[in-house]
Ligand binder design. Structure first.
Ligand code: NAD
Length: 319
């Protein structure tokens, strides 16, 4: 099979100073892309100026040593003017922007009794609004060039998160759930303009989680198999011009990629539904009984129309 190349393509990778972001940048560069390496140089919990040298500079040096054209941007994605500058930099330096990888992230724990509060706002600002600012800054020009690939970074925490430290982490999960919904909407809308957006739910042994996982069996397993490079390898196809989907989400880690589906069973329907009927038919509503209603008969809901079709099939509207 021919290599999937990115020659002539320009990619902006946010939070590319280390771990997963660096791996995305290296993979695209190794296949011909020019890279804008963004990093705001934060601690895991988002304080800026964590180290004296911006780690983006180191990654750009690595890329240039491999013969890649790479420039550094040190703005925060969470500030509209910063997002604008990193996008402008791609157009100014390289004349176009084909790929946005919204990877920059923090992990800061907040508590129910503090929400919404400053930590909630930090999570939402960096993990949700940041990607929105970056996309917003590029949108009209991507539309004009009739091509764009956007990869947003969600998290498996959206399935229901039980942190190893036993804490709440609510705002992180809210932001990651919202970015998945945003991607779905963006992906559906953008396709008409040649712009595809998808999301990944990565798992990698990285700076973000090694404090939480170090020395645990899960940590040992992830350190061995769940490398940032394995996340980048799985994501590459989603960034390519041949990418066949838009608005989808994928679990990616350790050499595995799997579509995350939005699904529901056919469910129970009655023209005269009452709370008692719901109680009586609970197992059907849950997708747990009946030849047509088993868990394996969950129906993927790619869009609103499919949801209506499922309602029809379940009997809604039939007299
Ligand atoms: N590591 C995992 O297992 C895992 C799991 C689920 C989701 N994620 C997500 O993957 C992404 C990358 O995580 P990682 O594990 O590589 O973490 P990391 O902490 O190693 O890297 C994050 C990078 O983002 C940068 N950054 C933070 N705030 C920024 C801002 N406002 N503007 C620009 N750059 C900023 C940091 O300086 C850092 O270099 C994050 O969005 C994270 O939430 C990671």
């Amino acid at each position: 099979m021919a290599d999937l190349r990115f020659d002539g393509r320009v990619a902006l990778v946010t939070g590319a100073g280390g771990s997963i972001g660096r791996a995305h940048a290296m993979l695209l560069a190794s296949r011909g892309a020019k890279i804008v390496v963004n990093d705001y140089n934060t601690s895991v919990s988002g304080e800026a100026g964590k180290s004296q040298d911006n780690p983006g500079e180191r990654v750009a040096k690595e890329l240039r040593a491999l013969g890649t054209e790479a420039v550094v941007n040190t703005d925060s994605v969470a500030e509209p003017a910063g997002a604008q500058r990193m996008v402008d930099q791609a157009f100014d330096e390289f004349g176009r922007l084909d790929i946005i990888i919204n990877n920059a992230g923090i992990a800061v724990c907040d508590y129910i009794h503090e929400e919404p509060g400053p930590k909630y706002e930090r999570n939402l600002n960096i993990l949700l609004e940041g990607p929105m600012y970056v996309v917003r800054a590029a949108w009209e020009r991507m539309k004009a060039q009739k091509f764009g690939r956007i990869l947003n970074t969600s998290s498996a925490s959206i399935f229901g998160f039980n942190q190893p430290d036993g804490n709440w982490w609510g705002a992180y999960v809210l932001a990651k759930s919202a970015i998945t919904a945003y991607t779905r909407q963006l992906g559906g809308y953008g396709e008409q303009f040649g712009i595809k957006a998808n999301a990944i739910l990565p798992l990698a042994y990285s700076r973000m989680n090694w404090n939480l996982l170090k020395g645990t069996p899960e940590g040992d397993f992830l350190e061995k198999y769940a490398t940032p490079e394995s996340v980048a390898a799985a994501s590459g196809y989603l960034l390519h011009e041949e990418c066949p989907v838009s608005g989808a989400s994928f679990s990616v880690s350790g050499g595995r990629i799997a579509r995350v589906v939005y699904a529901e069973p056919l469910g129970y329907h009655s023209h005269n539904l009452t709370p008692e009927l719901v109680k009586q038919n609970w197992a059907t509503a849950m997708g747990e009984v009946g030849a047509d209603y088993k868990m394996c008969d969950f129906y993927e809901i790619p869009n609103l129309l499919e949801e209506s079709m499922l309602m029809l099939k379940a009997g809604v509207g039939k007299t």
